[in-house]
Design a protein around this ligand. Sequence first.
Ligand SMILES: [Fe+2]
Ligand SMILES: [Fe+2]
Length: 334
Amino acid sequence: MTSKLSLEHTNKLFRYMKDGSSVEEFLYRFDLSRKELDGVLMACRIYGKEIDIIKQGDKEVFERIPVKKYSLKKMSPLDGKMIHNQICVVSDTHFGSIHNQLHLLNRVYEECDKRGIKIVLHVGDMVDGNYPNRPENPRQQFLHGFDEQARYVCDMYPQVDGITTYYILGSHDETHYKNGQSTLSEWIPRCRKDMKYIGQDCGEFNLDGVKIFMDHPGGGSAASLSYKPQKRIELLESQHKPKILLIGHYHKSYAFSYRNVQCVLVPALCDKTQFQQKQGLSNALGAYFLDIYSDKKGNIQYFTPEEILFKKEDIWDEVGKDKAKVKQLVIKKR
Ligand SMILES: [Fe+2]
Ligand SMILES: [Fe+2]
């Protein structure tokens, strides 16, 4: 729907989305479905109007978000004073799940190699974890328990000369600790010198002075993609605010700028799970390439998030195909 909405039409609809006004009445007034409303909200964002949906008592209402425009400085990327970095961001590989898509992670790393990228950040849920209180769990995994999943990371995670992967661990990874005090952070660095642990749930990465915060929150998604990330940014004190905030866990893809923080919701690299199917949750499958120009003080001057989303035909839904057919991607330069 966003492609059909002109600025004029979007402005007209936006006028009716006042703070505290009812979402239900808005849908009725313009005869829109909930899906079409998502398109309207997206169009609003494209035209620089941030609006969210929040709960007020038992009804949903609109909330307008004041957007501080991200001002680009006067430097030119060609004047040689800026630091240029290209990095890749991946998340939620859920190794061991029957929805494993190692072949797509391999494709991302092959592309990194072609582009000369040296740094990949992984934002958590590296493995699918262990849930003894979920009886359906064993049927949803082809690797069970800590040993099998940790071994898979060590033996199968792409290994490309010149690329270092920095990772945090997420909610699924942590279940191994909760169920037996085993931590991937202890074992991966022993076998993989190209993989560096940053933290459980969150961690900070310094990219030539640019502060990048990697975050793997818990809980479910909000009605609007930007709502929870915006709330997290609002909680950050100004001296702790990163320049880039990367969020895993939601299996959603979205990039936006808010309060001078470049925020990226990083899509997953596994297919939709049974839980997501039952809950009617969507699952974005892909990665981001970030093109960053910064100054000596670590301030971002230019930022281009490039979204890579895989299509239905790229995804293998045959159980075990990934396990049976995919080899570890190893690229050696000497
Ligand atoms: Fe996840
Ligand atoms: Fe998670």
